[in-house]
Design a protein around this ligand. Sequence first.
Ligand code: NAD
Length: 386
Amino acid sequence: MAANEERSIGIVMNGVTGRMGYRQHLVRSILAIRDQGGLRLADGTVLRPEPILVGRNESKLATIAKEHGVDSWTTDLDEALKAPGAEIYFDAQVTSRRVEGVKKAVAAGLNIYTEKPISEDTETALELGRICRDAGVKVGVVQDKLFLPGLLKLKRLVDGGFFGKILSVRGEFGYWVFEGDWQEAQRPSWNYRAEDGGGIIVDMFCHWRYVLEEIFGPVRSVQALAATHIPERVGEDGKPYACTADDAAYGIFELDGGIVAQVNSSWTTRVFRDELVEFQVDGTEGSAVAGLRRCRVQHRSMTPKPVWNPDLPATEDFRSQWQEVPDNADFDNGFKAQWELFLRHVVADEPFSWDFLAGARGVQLAELGLQSAREGRRIEVPELTL
Ligand SMILES: NC(=O)c1ccc[n+]([C@@H]2O[C@H](COP(=O)([O-])OP(=O)(O)OC[C@H]3O[C@@H](n4cnc5c(N)ncnc54)[C@H](O)[C@@H]3O)[C@@H](O)[C@H]2O)c1
């Protein structure tokens, strides 16, 4: 296509009334790309995303469409998949609804982009991968944490050899999710019901898989302890329900090269950290603490020599002994950055590495984490192929 020509691309967006579908994918990604005047491809073509909104609730959809100037919306997925110009199906529905939506969209010949996890079990994830491969459509799965400024800076440190030999990684993720009785919960109730696809292991271990692997190396084993600390919560309907899924998970992962990663994931902890997720990495040459946006380091040469003496108050301000890693780049919203890569993949055939095999690897770690918790043992992580 000649330079400066415009080309539109229809994106069927299912689940845009949900937290992720609305805020991160519709508003912060697709509408943000539209509002910046489209996405300029390498050959100069300007790509204009045209969302086609799909959901279950007509009035919610109509309100969102009106508020954001979107012309096309429907409660009928089949109708949306046949819409003229539709080339991509995006799914941010509850996880348990994903497989059905994706299968329909592949059958209609659309390229697929979905939220994680792509399914509730590994076998189904691989099956979806094969269906998409055989249909010759392009696929992608959201792996947003890789695009967080803090983790991008951490990766830069690893790539630059800052750590020497990396010994260990300690991750803390979590915050208090209100029970819904005296203050409304800030997460949907299905997250706390295993039968509806909930649970923090299913939710977070797929993130930890790609974060650990892309920054440090392959995950070889998992050992997890899962807990349901809050046994009853109050749902969106104001009624109490039994929590059947884990709301906290204490995981240990062995990575290639003897790196030990411990990651706590919890919806039942109060934050005494600078950010909602933080990873401390310790290496022979230096250490780093990376969060959503910030990354701080302490080099070997700047490491103090504390002496254990509980009889005296701390004499050093340990936090002040770390240095801030500069941005040295502009960081866009991570969901939008990944959407732009996927759009370039679909339209201009540029590479995109987070396919359904990557998605299945995330589901696999969650599944093995749950198995480890059930059986109380460490479990090796076998290689997966489509
Ligand atoms: N990438 C991330 O960081 C991240 C964070 C949170 C959630 N997620 C994923 O995004 C997906 C959506 O999560 P969310 O937190 O936005 O959930 P949500 O409950 O806020 O939204 C769910 C959406 O699915 C639709 N839906 C379809 N069938 C449904 C049913 N039977 N019950 C309830 N809703 C139904 C809802 O209408 C809504 O649009 C999940 O797969 C979740 O794992 C990803």
